[in-house]
Design a protein around this ligand. Structure first.
Ligand SMILES: [Zn+2]
Ligand SMILES: [Zn+2]
Length: 158
């Protein structure tokens, strides 16, 4: 990996601590109804990482949900404090989505896209309309080429 320094994250109570060992691929905010419900907030911010790049310690609570796409999704929470740590969407092959704001430095990973903007709360005004999608985006269009290349290489070698 090019000079990437591992990044860390945690829940609130300290039970869960994790390290991400390779550079994340993409960060987006999702305004869909499920993400709002599960966070009890207006949107979730997710950073997509390679499945094998996460080192995590502590006890997690796992739940299986059906995502808006109709495909299954597993969600993981700290067993003690309930902080939502990551999700594993069936459609995202060998990738997982870390809750960006559980990172120690979430400001380094601002959303590169907003999805399901059709159901966003009306009082949220997203300034950059170029990165807004009514529903899901096609990674081939939304992702930087560098991330697409790394993901392709990872799929081929794992
Ligand atoms: Zn916790
Ligand atoms: Zn969502």
């Amino acid at each position: 990996m090019e000079d990437f320094k591992p990044i860390s994250g945690s829940c609130i109570c300290g039970e869960i601590e994790y390290t991400i060992k390779s550079k994340p691929l993409f960060t987006h905010a999702c305004h869909c109804k499920d993400c709002k419900k599960i966070t009890g907030s207006s949107f979730v911010v997710n950073t997509s990482i390679f499945e094998n790049s996460l080192d995590i310690k502590g006890e997690l609570l796992e739940n299986k949900l059906i995502a808006g796409s109709g495909k299954s999704c597993k969600v993981y929470f700290c067993k003690k404090c309930g902080v939502y740590i990551y999700s594993d969407y069936e459609f995202a092959v060998k990738r997982i989505s870390i809750r960006t704001n559980t990172l120690s430095n979430p400001e380094l990973f601002p959303p590169q896209a907003h999805i399901f903007v059709k159901s966003k709360d009306p009082w949220i005004n997203i300034v950059n309309k170029d990165i807004c999608y009514d529903e899901m985006y096609d990674p081939k269009i939304a992702w930087p080429k560098e991330s697409l290349d790394r993901y392709k290489e990872y799929l081929e070698s794992n």
